[in-house]
Write a new protein. Structure first.
Length: 292
């Protein structure tokens, strides 16, 4: 009986030990499971944190690229690296080794991005300073231009006034029809049939501003049929053709000078006649007369 009791006691002790071991094992397994869940949550949080930091860095780069600075190419390269890393992190499994790797890569990229962003900020400040200097320079240039425009306008007006003042005035244009006999004697007439010479005269007024030297005037005598008498030579000024009767070259020395020229004519008709004096293409004097 005592041996049987001893055996029962031993069995109970073994059962108790096994129960304790089972309870301990279950507790350990529960702890491992709990630790695993905590670790998984930490890894998920780290992954989200890395993705959030990368997204912020990418947004900063996008904004800097939009400014189109001298560093745009470098910024685009870093932006593409971040975009690729975001894609890799999103597809990665939540484990310690991969998250450690991506956190390290993200840190390196953030350092590079921060360095570039400081350069962008420096460029921005320099550009702002340059813009201020440029605006100041533009304002000064505009003021100088206004001053110069005023001077130019005054000079143009002065040059115009001088040019107008230096123009020679042709005055007292007169025409008389005469009959010149074989003896050389000239008799004034108003008969077309008797006229063989037209005596044309005019005055060039004194002008101390005008340039002295030889002056050419083109005299044009036109009959009632609008035909030009005399040489009927032509000359072109500014694309316009002038047909004239003869040219009178005058030596001008800034003093009043009288010009007298004879135009030989034959078989002229009755009617009205016009005499025009041109200084190049500019009509400077005009008169008319009639022959019976």
């Amino acid at each position: 009986m005592e041996a049987q009791k001893s055996n029962n006691s031993g069995l109970k002790a073994i059962i108790v030990i096994l129960c304790l071991l089972l309870i301990g094992s279950l507790g350990y397994m529960f702890k491992l499971s709990s630790d695993s869940k905590d670790t998984q949550k930490i890894l998920v949080d780290e992954k989200e944190s890395v993705l959030k930091d990368l997204a912020i860095a990418k947004d900063s780069l996008d904004a800097a690229i939009a400014r189109n600075t001298a560093l745009s190419d470098e910024l685009i390269v870093e932006r593409d690296k971040i975009q690729q890393l975001i894609s890799d992190v999103q597809q990665a499994k939540e484990n310690s080794s991969s998250m450690m790797k991506y956190k390290d890569e993200a840190l390196k990229l953030r350092v590079s991005v921060n360095f570039l962003m400081k350069q962008v900020e420096t460029l921005k400040n320099q550009n702002s300073k340059l813009l201020i200097e440029r605006d100041s320079t533009v304002q000064k240039l505009n003021e100088a231009k206004k001053y110069n425009d005023t001077l130019v306008s005054k000079n143009v007006k002065l040059a115009t006034d001088v040019e107008r003042a230096s123009k020679l005035s042709v005055l007292n244009l007169q025409v008389s029809a005469v009959r010149q006999k074989s003896s050389g004697k000239q008799i004034e007439t108003d008969k077309a049939s008797k006229t063989n010479i037209l005596k044309i005269s005019f005055m060039i007024a004194e002008n101390q501003i005008a340039k002295s030297g030889d002056k050419q005037y083109y005299i044009q005598v036109v009959d009632s049929n609008n035909e030009v008498l005399g040489d009927m030579q032509s000359v072109v000024f500014s694309g316009k053709t002038l047909i004239y009767s003869f040219v009178s070259t005058v030596k001008y020395e800034n003093k009043t000078v009288k010009v007298e020229k004879n135009l030989t004519v034959t078989d002229i008709k009755e009617g009205g006649y016009y005499v025009n004096v041109f200084d190049k293409d500019e009509l400077v004097s005009r008169t008319s007369f009639n022959l019976k």
